[in-house]
Write a protein that binds this ligand. Sequence first.
Ligand code: GLN
Length: 493
Amino acid sequence: MNDITALSASRLAESVRQGKISAESAAKAYFDRIERLEPTVKAFLAVTKDSALDQARLLDKKRKNGQQLGVLAGVPVALKDNLQLKGVETTCGSKILKGHIAAYDATVTRRLKEAGAVIVGKTNLDEFAMGSSTENSAFQKTTNPWDSACVPGGSSGGSAAAAAARLCAFSLGSDTGGSIRQPAAFCGVVGLKPTYGMVSRHGLVAFASSLDQIGPFTRTVEDSALALSVIGGHDPLDSTSAVNAPPAVEPAPKDLKGLRIGLPKEYFIDGLDQEVEKSVREAVGVFKSLGATIREVSLPHTKYAIASYYIIAPSEASSNLARFDGIRYGFVDRSASTLEEVYEFTRGAGFGAEVKRRIMLGTYALSSGYYDAYYSKAQRVRTLMTRDFQDAFKQVDLIAAPTTPTPPFRFGEKTADPVAMYLSDVFTIPSNMAGNASLSMPCGLSAKGLPLGVQLIADVFQERLLLSAARAFESARPFPMLSDRSVSLLESQ
Ligand code: GLN
């Protein structure tokens, strides 16, 4: 029965509700797998086995007593370690938060628990979600389950790897400039960045508040819709939370007749890896064969995406990270003898190089005299990028594009050059700037057997359309799964 982990979250929850599989045996199947594979994958910063098994047994008891179980009954879920899980450490992959125990559940955590999900642990990430490879974690390097010499992408690399290696039925991550979609593409899973405001950010440690969104990593599109239906919807605890309800889970449409898909010419450029381009164009062919019409569109301000993002995101981060002062949360350097030294020593020792780089950039961009030249100008460019999408969505219903310019890269390949690392997000950042919905799903494997992803971009609050087109694609061309052969390779490493 160990192949409980091969079931999708939707099928598993169904079986648990019907009493065909107990929540306890589902949790145990996942913990067995974590024991076997986690030494190589290193996806988790914390595994919450005891509380998970208690939660699972409680669900089984409820069912025996005739109580109705939720839509995620007995589904093992992992949370990126910048999401609060009450009673468990939240580190954000940073030494500065070592020892900080969450005092409350994030809204997404609470909603997952209420729907019957079983939380199995907290996953590794680039420090404060800053990075594209998870190599910026202060604690460990997560490997790509498809090839342990490659990065899983980032910043939600732990969540992506855990979902791909079936160390959880699905996981949650956060996406500020691509941190759900890029690692989803690298690990061969579905990563959804909902519309800004669709999912409450209450209990997500803020990186860049106007760009951050929480979303799921799943192995099927149906599971992505299911996860969104649970975590989405208005929350009075987040003032930017929208009133829009998430779409209900619907069956896959048989075809996509009448759907207009746009290919942004600025995304198919020199520098786009040929294998990525080929597999994205093949994916477009699948949409065409399903009845969609394809045309070129233009998003002319794409070329300013990275430059304006690296003003706006660090500016917001420099302000958000001011709260980590050695007094309120986690680590404090006790050798300090003055208040100023408390700040200086704690932040000096607690933050890693990338986080310090962003704080300096952001503080500079926001300083008086430079604010208009940098921050305010970047915000104006952001408006232009938003208008690009508004214009495109007058002509087409969805946009299809590569998720990343390259296939998964190797450890160390981009760490010496921050700008090379930043370029990983050139195709994902625009949707954070405009706040629209976007997902990455697997569209093939490279010659080396590494996953490649196609990105589908929808207008704001068009998640229903986005997920239904993705489901049609998935039924026409089932996603490659991490095979048992790769798993035995992982075990032997
Ligand atoms: N890689 C981008 C960055 O480093 C995006 C990170 C994210 O989406 N959290 O900022």
